[in-house]
Design a protein around this ligand. Structure first.
Ligand code: ADP
Length: 768
């Protein structure tokens, strides 16, 4: 019979349950025959029906002493091991396992008496050590074993009675010689003893650690009690410090009283309570706010002008508006009037102008980034009952500058949004409204703060996303894109010296030739402002710094030829105008929040049922104006010889390839209409022409915005003629001649005029 995870040794009496049918059959058979059965352990206890190769070779012949039948075909048996036997082969395994076994011959080894005595003593010693470590071995049992005087009996008794693993027993079974068994058992016992020792050691260490933690806790508690008894806990010390600070604070009596009250509460709640930390935070915030502290402004406008000019190239109109604003502010007394808002594409110097204004007025400067703020609490603070409550960003800004009249830059005011956590823009409104902001209440601070002395300046990329009421509070100053020429000046006069200094280069060590700089501007940057340009110049400076050190160069020239060494391959090739006139393709001009761009509108006609399809990155407004365009075309169809049924037999597909920035707005109206008409009539459109303008159903051309950026883009793309709505004439007059130079601007009032300019030639067509 195969055994799972048990090994029987001679003389061992055990009982166990069997349930495998082969085992049950074998047992029944054995009882019928001669009560003896060969028991052998299987190599893997998981195997259900082991063959000869899945059994150990050495097993044990045992006598069945008792059988009890249990329900479900199970059987409980009691057996006694008789002697070792070796499996020779299985003769049958159909119904149950039947095997031929061989009883190993006794080696007849007989050890000299003194050797036996030595073995006996040493085994007893090992066993004793084992019993000391293992509390489970009973005293009676160990006394009984230690009384044995025959080494063989001792080895066998220990092997049988100790709780050993079945693999260990199997090894003992396989060792038929006494000396072999003796050695095996000795090493097993020694090993087990060591494991017990290690276990005890670990337990002791764990216990020690637990005790230590407990001890510290008790000591701490005692310390706290002693402190309280003596009345000198740290909160008292802190409270004194706070009280002292209140006396020095520049604030109204009301504010001071409030803080004193909080200090009283702080003393009462007691050291170490969670509330005390909250009150401490609150008192510290109140003490750090500039209630009545202000810095002295410099109101010298002439100086202000000089500083603005020093820091920034160009921006004439912006500087002028800023100076006017400052003049009015000085004359009317502070704090009145709208808030300045600088609007323009990124990198056009909005933030840096604000910083410059602060410098000019000798005001402290603090920047509050509103981009991505959605939670009203970020502006107005959390109520103190909140876990982890904090003051809003404005209050934090004031804490930072420590005066009540700083210049506060509200950066990216167009990027605030509102969600379920309250209305951020109405919170901002309260801040910016000069009627209300002298009593601004932050939920955390609770005491009204006077923000009327703060000079707020906001920046935005796009006015479109600013809520109307907020917009009404602000005076908009537009900062527009730079021309290449302006960029070159800004780079020469500001960015290059700034970056050289930042990268540790002395004057003359780096020389960027003019052509190289122009190349950097047109080939390595593509932006309305100069932020990337500054970064590229920074890159050049870093490479140059390396050359100065590594190659020991006195000066590093950057020319058009070696520019690639510094910046790698040219990145941008501006989309050029199409080379030949094409049907159904018209170039429009777009304004995006990062500057101007040209966009190519494509129209295809397909046989169909008069459906109308728009694809590409189009906003809703653009789709509406495409529909207006088609209505117009239908109304003038006859004039172009387009048959009435035409629109019922064809589908029109308009596509605007997606640029990096989504575009929306009505200004592509005339462009789409022209493209459709060209596709329908088959008349090509002039390739060197671009246009912008809104269209009405009757074909009137309405004015558009962002003209400067659009013209810049047209010029870069190598466009020759630009169609501009007639009503935009005044805007054109304001644009520097540098931009309009080389462009032929044609002012248009009606679609007729647009088509006349755009369509290359009027062919007679039959409209199919
Ligand atoms: P914005 O706030 O508009 O995104 P920044 O004020 O951060 O742009 O300007 C980016 C960088 O360009 C700054 O280092 C700034 O000094 C520089 N800069 C922008 N415009 C000018 C200018 N007209 N003259 C000098 N430096 C400028």
């Amino acid at each position: 019979m195969a055994l799972r995870a048990t090994t029987i040794l001679p003389d061992m009496i055990v009982h166990f349950d069997i349930n495998r049918s082969k085992s049950v059959r074998a047992m029944e058979e054995a009882v019928q025959e001669e009560q003896d059965i060969f028991l052998v352990t299987q190599l893997d206890p998981q195997v259900e029906d082991p063959g000869a190769d899945q059994l150990y070779a050495m097993g044990c012949i045992a006598r069945v002493k008792q059988i009890v039948k249990l329900p479900k075909g199970m059987m409980r048996i009691l057996v006694e091991g008789l002697e070792r036997a070796e499996l020779v082969r299985l003769t049958d395994q159909e119904e149950y396992l039947e095997a031929e076994v061989e009883i190993p011959e006794n080696s007849g080894e007989s050890l000299p008496a003194n050797v036996q005595e030595a073995m006996l003593r040493s085994l007893k010693e090992i066993f004793l050590a084992y019993c000391q470590e293992n509390p489970k071995v009973s005293r009676e049992l160990s006394a009984q074993f230690l009384g044995l005087e025959d080494v063989e009996r001792l080895v066998d008794q220990i092997s049988i009675n100790l709780p050993l693993e079945y693999e260990q027993r199997q090894k003992l079974l396989e060792a038929s010689d006494l000396s072999e068994r003796y050695e095996l058992l000795g090493s097993i016992l020694a090993n087990e003893t060591e494991i017990f020792q290690i276990r005890a050691d670990i337990q002791r260490k764990v216990q020690e650690r637990v005790d230590k933690g407990q001890r510290e806790y008790i000591l701490r508690e005692q310390l706290k009690l002693i402190r309280e008894e003596l009345g000198d806990d740290t909160s008292m010390l802190d409270a004194d410090k706070f009280a002292e600070a209140v006396e020095k604070l520049q604030a109204s009596q009301e504010v001071k009283d409030k803080i004193r009250e909080e200090i009283r509460r702080f003393k009462n709640v007691g050291y170490n309570s969670s509330e005390s930390a909250v009150i401490r935070g609150y008192i510290e915030t109140l003490l750090s706010l500039p209630w009545d502290k202000e810095s002295q402004d410099n109101e010298d406008l002439k100086r202000a002008r000089e500083i603005l000019d020093q820091d920034h190239y160009g921006l004439k109109k912006v500087k002028e508006r800023v100076l006017e604003y400052l003049a009015v502010r000085t004359l009317t007394g502070k704090g009145q009037g709208p808030i300045l808002c600088l609007v323009g594409p990124p990198g056009t110097g909005k933030t840096s102008i604000a910083r410059s204004i602060a410098r000019a007025l000798e005001k402290k400067y603090v920047r509050i980034c509103l981009g991505g703020v959605r939670d009203e609490a970020e502006i107005r603070g959390h109520r103190r009952t909140y876990v982890g409550a904090m003051a809003g960003r404005l209050v934090q800004g004031l804490q930072q500058v420590k005066v009540k009249n700083p210049l506060m830059l509200l950066d990216e005011i167009d990027k605030v949004s509102s969600d379920y956590k309250g209305d951020t823009s109405s919170a901002l409104l309260e801040v910016l409204d000069s009627e209300q902001n002298s009593h601004f209440v932050d939920h955390y601070v609770e005491i009204p703060l006077d923000l009327s002395q703060v000079l707020f300046i906001a920046t935005a990329n796009d006015l479109g996303t600013i809520p109307r009421p907020l917009l009404d509070r602000m005076e908009i100053i537009e900062v527009s894109s730079y021309t290449e020429n302006e960029k070159e000046h800004i780079a020469q006069e500001h960015l290059i010296p700034k970056q050289m200094e930042a990268n540790g280069l002395k004057k003359g060590q780096l020389i960027i030739r003019r052509e190289a700089l122009q190349q950097v501007i047109s080939g390595y940057t593509r932006e309305a402002g100069v932020r990337t340009l500054e970064r590229r110049i920074g890159e050049i400076c870093r490479k140059a710094a390396r050359k100065v050190l590594e190659e020991d160069r006195k000066r590093v020239p950057v020319t058009e030829k070696n520019l690639e060494e510094f910046l790698g391959k040219i990145r941008y090739h501006f989309r050029k105008a199409n080379t030949s006139d094409e049907v159904g393709i018209v170039r429009g001009l777009a304004w995006t929040s990062v500057g101007g761009d040209t966009l190519q509108i494509e129209v295809n006609l397909l046989p169909g049922k008069g459906e109308f399809q728009l694809t590409g990155q189009l906003g809703d407004v653009m789709k509406e104006s495409a529909r207006a365009g088609i209505s117009y075309i239908r109304s003038v169809a006859e004039r172009y010889g387009i048959k009435k049924e035409f629109f019922n037999k064809h589908d029109i597909h308009i596509h605007i390839p997606a640029g990096a920035v989504p575009k929306d707005g009505p200004s592509a109206g005339i462009t789409m209409a022209t493209a459709m008409l060209s596709a329908i009539t088959g008349i090509p459109v002039r390739a060197d022409l671009a246009m912008t303008g809104e269209i009405t159903l009757r074909g009137r051309v309405l004015p558009i915005g962002g003209l400067k950026e659009k013209l810049l883009a047209a010029k870069k793309a190598g466009i020759h003629t630009v169609l501009v709505p007639d009503e935009n004439r005044p805007d054109v007059e304001e644009i520097e001649s540098e931009i309009t130079e080389g462009l032929e601007l044609v002012f248009v009032k009606q679609m007729d005029e647009v088509l006349e300019q755009a369509l290359a030639e009027r062919k007679e067509t039959d409209g199919n």
